[in-house]
Design a protein around this ligand. Structure first.
Ligand SMILES: [Zn+2]
Length: 310
């Protein structure tokens, strides 16, 4: 049998709520923990909750200048402060100072990032790629132990793309993406779900730190292949909506010839790709500003090697 991969035990874990200022489950969960952190306490590591984008939270908007969760690139983190820069660029540097620096030995061991989507993605676990061993084991543990719901795994990084999300500041990370929930709304069921997922994930870290061996496994995950834009008029206004037959069908197969859009005059647009894909973030409200209708993924099976602490 192959030897387990060995990783150092985790000692410092952070949790961001409100990386997007209108995604209310994580905002209220983190605000709750800032008042009473009892349920975050574990014996072998510390958990630090924080509000990702306080100015956006105050206004209940996704961001005030630019998307904070796309602001953790090396270029932006190392850029000189400028008076006219978006608030999120300076906030990203601040978060990098506190929980990073990204890629350094001093960085926090792990960061959770709590999100909501208006899409019907259920209880989705987001990892940068299948090569992130500890987060993939955490996802497997959650899928095995948090049995109320199916927890699909979404791998967000396109090949060759740099990590840019807030949790990339820490040595490893996981984002929770729960939906559907309207922006600015907190639904008790999703709040409870997010809270239970976090408890389960922290239990996993405690077991990992205690020396438990996590055997190898095979796991299904949805890996991003690209994004589908809305069709537009020449003036760049969108000219169609997500087709009713595609609405709410996140992570279900979409085959060549299936309808994807309905124009405002009532015509159908069909999917013209060559292979079956698995759309996610279908009709996500936050993506209208980028005119993205959904993310395209392929369903893959990955072999993840066994894991144990050093
Ligand atoms: Zn978000």
């Amino acid at each position: 049998m192959a030897a387990s991969h060995r990783l150092k035990p985790l000692s410092r874990v952070a949790v961001s709520g409100g990386t997007h200022g209108n995604e209310m489950s994580g905002i209220h969960l983190v605000k709750h923990w800032l008042r009473d952190p009892t349920e975050l306490r574990r014996s072998s590591f510390t958990v630090t909750p924080f509000l990702g984008n306080p100015r956006a939270i105050e206004k209940c908007v996704r961001h005030v200048g630019q998307d904070l969760n796309r602001s953790f690139t090396t270029r932006l983190l190392s850029s000189a402060e400028a008076e006219d820069e978006p608030y999120e660029v300076s906030r990203a540097r601040e978060i990098n100072q506190t929980y990073g620096p990204k890629g350094s030995a001093q960085a926090f061991d792990f960061m959770f990032d709590l999100h909501n989507t208006t899409a019907n993605m259920g209880t989705c676990l987001i990892v940068d790629s299948e090569e992130s061993l500890l987060p993939m084991h955490m996802c497997h543990y959650i899928q095995t132990h948090h049995t109320w719901s199916r927890c699909p795994i979404y791998l967000y990084k396109l090949p060759g793309e740099e990590t840019y999300a807030i949790d990339s500041v820490a040595k490893a990370g996981l984002a929770l993406e729960l939906g559907p929930q309207p922006q600015g709304v907190v639904r008790a069921s999703l709040f409870a779900e997010m809270r239970a997922l976090m408890a389960c994930a922290l239990d996993f870290i405690e077991l990992f730190n205690s020396g438990m061996v996590f055997p190898a496994f095979e796991i299904e995950a949805y890996k991003i292949t690209g994004r589908m834009d809305y069709p537009c008029y020449p003036d760049e206004d969108i000219s169609a909506m997500v087709h009713p037959k595609l609405q709410d069908k996140d992570f279900l197969p979409l085959s060549p010839g299936d309808p994807i859009f309905q124009t405002f005059s009532g015509e159908e647009t069909l999917y013209e790709g060559n292979t079956t894909i698995y759309p996610a973030f279908i009709n996500e409200a936050a993506y209208y500003e980028k005119k993205v209708a959904f993310a395209m993924t392929e369903k893959c099976i990955f072999s993840i090697p066994s894991l144990q602490r050093e």
